[in-house]
Design a protein around this ligand. Sequence first.
Ligand code: NAD
Ligand code: MG
Ligand code: MG
Ligand code: MG
Ligand code: MG
Length: 334
Amino acid sequence: MTDTPATTAPLAQARIAVIGYGSQGRAHALNLKDSGLDVIVGLRKDGPSWQKAIEDGFAVAEPSAAVAEADLVAVLTPDMVQPELYRTAIEPNIKPGATLLFAHGFNVHFGQIKPRADIDVVLVAPKGPGALVRREFEIGRGVPCLFAVYQDTTGHAEERAKAYAAGLGGARALLIRTDFKEETETDLFGEQAVLCGGASELVIKGFETLVEAGYQPEIAYYEVLHELKLIVDLFYEGGISRMLEFISETAQYGDYVSGPRIVDDATKARMKAVLTDIQDGTFARNWTEEYKAGLPNYKRLKQADLDHPIEKVGKALRARMPWLSATAPAAKPA
Ligand code: NAD
Ligand code: MG
Ligand code: MG
Ligand code: MG
Ligand code: MG
């Protein structure tokens, strides 16, 4: 952790090119602009977000043109398109001494991008989806950010990374120093084992268990999916202690005796296996090959999730709770 106060001052004279205008890109571009920094958005002219970035008031250019005039280039396209983007638009155009910034260390850590030697390479990773990065900024707060320096040729890499995090609003919350290896491996593990993969499988298996036992799918949906938000909100505000404070004694006793029957040391051993695949590059290799093959398994597995009965019943129930979508952030998996 760092207690050094960070401000946007080290980037006051810099032109920042934000490449990509999706979940993170749009939030970063808007927050940096509202922090008084000079932002240009780099996008493919035929891409879906070109018009949106213009409507949001940005100067927009093709990635190579945006990179050529930038002092800091934030790479916020999907991870799998970054190596090609780097080779074609960034490597030939980025100015010597400029800063190349990532929001996830994947490509640099796993050697898919080998940055030119005459630039700085840093990471600023908000610990939340783009919609939250924007919303927290707008209400005067911020999302905690990890920052790291991979390559420092100018002697200014760290102060520029921290200034970027300050521009996002992250310095209002918390900046934590890390390195590319730690950010990459922990981020992948978190989303696979707990946040996305683990949580959704827990919900689906709970739903199936109740429905197969003859209970109404609508009630199963509320029990294992809808109510999860209330529990997660308590985790977020005050950890497991706060959840225990708010649930009944009966729920607590059931938690203590049944929780470890569901998620036990065998689960933890499989978590370790998932972590090993991340650490030794197996996951990165498989994912890169899957992407290059045109995503056959990704598409099939995604479709199976979309076709699951919990999605059908959930859609019907949510249509009768219109107030939900008014507040829900358009959150993408981290
Ligand atoms: P996204 O899929 O939401 O958006 C990608 C954007 O890139 C889109 O605007 C798309 O049009 C554009 N794009 C795609 N191909 C392009 C190309 N060849 N040239 C220019 N633009 C192109 O992506 P995201 O989820 O915001 O992820 C961006 C980065 O942020 C990734 O490195 C990711 O790991 C990281 N990250 C994401 C989150 C999250 O919550 N989504 C959180 C932390 C870090
Ligand atoms: Mg799943
Ligand atoms: Mg209950
Ligand atoms: Mg993440
Ligand atoms: Mg991630």
